[in-house]
Design a protein around this ligand. Structure first.
Ligand SMILES: [Zn+2]
Length: 313
């Protein structure tokens, strides 16, 4: 029997799943915290892979979904701001030399798009825009039946397009990007600022609600919370209109925690999208939906990447 090992590493947790050749149900899977006393994230990742290594199956390959800026072809993490010490880290070579099987690396949002395309909301489509809105904003593009990686694997950074010149500082260090005005972090920051200014809301003076708490308050009619989501939706819709002009996809999949707020964010996105698109033709036969794989999209995307490498071989 053949097996494939998928790894999804983030700032908070490392997940490893062992998949059989058929189906999407892992034979084994486990998650641990990324950070622990006396161990590096790489040592913890290697330890977890060793623990789950199947004894009765031949491991074909390992694929790693990682955050930050990567060079997937070289297998190098250039920078991963959420993982201490991950600068110019040749992670694929480190893992390959330990386990002696091929190792592939992919950006977590790009692989989430792959996962949705192969196993989730994107099945049967060939032109897909995947956008994840959570702490940050990430993206993945499928165009003409191929994942768009770019010359050095850095394509699809949908969160770092200009939304408001001179606006708030983005996670990348530049100002005014979409992520800085429309992510969960940006929604929470907007709320904290407006509450500090004394605007009427259900939240107590001085409180700093999360995007999730803001979504719940918006559902109950809190006007400031509704405004926070309308504002984020406006920016998201305007940016997505630009993406439609570039890519003309047939499907948009929203992932990430903010998308769980449903119509609270999707309705303002659609309104803004209709306002900013240059022709209603872009919206004809365009499906807008949410992730069906949720937290598993990165792992399943890593699995899909390994299957696609097998086909290419
Ligand atoms: Zn940015």
């Amino acid at each position: 029997m053949k097996a494939f090992i998928a790894v999804d590493i983030g700032g908070t947790q490392i997940r490893v799943a062992v998949f059989p050749e058929q189906g999407t149900t892992p034979i084994q899977q486990q998650r641990i915290r990324t950070v622990a006393e006396g161990q590096t994230a790489v040592e913890r990742m290697i330890g977890l892979i060793e623990e789950l290594w199947p004894t009765d199956a031949e491991v074909v390959s390992i694929a790693i979904a990682a955050p930050g800026f990567l060079d997937p072809k070289a297998g190098v993490v250039v920078t991963a701001p959420n993982i201490a010490g991950w600068v110019n880290l040749p992670i694929a070579e480190i893992i390959r030399s330990h386990f002696h099987v091929p190792v592939y690396l992919g950006n977590d949002a790009n692989l989430a798009a792959m996962g949705e395309w192969h196993f989730g909301a994107g099945r049967g489509y060939s032109d897909i825009l995947y956008i994840t809105v959570s702490t940050g904003i990430g993206g993945g593009l499928i165009a003409g039946g191929h994942l768009v990686e770019g010359a050095h694997g850095m394509a699809g950074e949908l969160g770092h397009v200009m939304a408001e010149p001179g606006g708030p500082l983005c996670g990348c260090g530049k100002r005014g990007h979409l992520e800085a005005v429309a992510s969960g972090t940006a929604i929470a920051r907007y709320m904290a600022e407006k509450i500090a200014m004394g605007l009427p809301t259900v939240f107590a003076p001085g409180s700093t609600p999360t995007a999730k708490e803001t979504a719940m308050a918006a559902n109950q009619g809190d006007s400031l919370s509704i405004e926070a989501f309308n504002r984020a939706g406006f920016y998201l819709g305007r940016a997505v209109a630009d993406f439609l002009h570039i890519l003309n996809p047939e499907l948009i999949i929203f992932g990430g925690g903010v998308s769980l707020s449903g119509d609270t964010i999707l309705l303002p996105i659609r309104k803004s999208l209709e306002e900013h698109v240059i022709s209603p033709e872009y919206l004809k036969n365009l499906t807008i939906t949410r992730t069906v794989l949720g937290d598993d999209s990165g792992l399943l995307g890593a699995f899909a990447l390994m299957l696609s490498k097998l086909e290419q071989a």
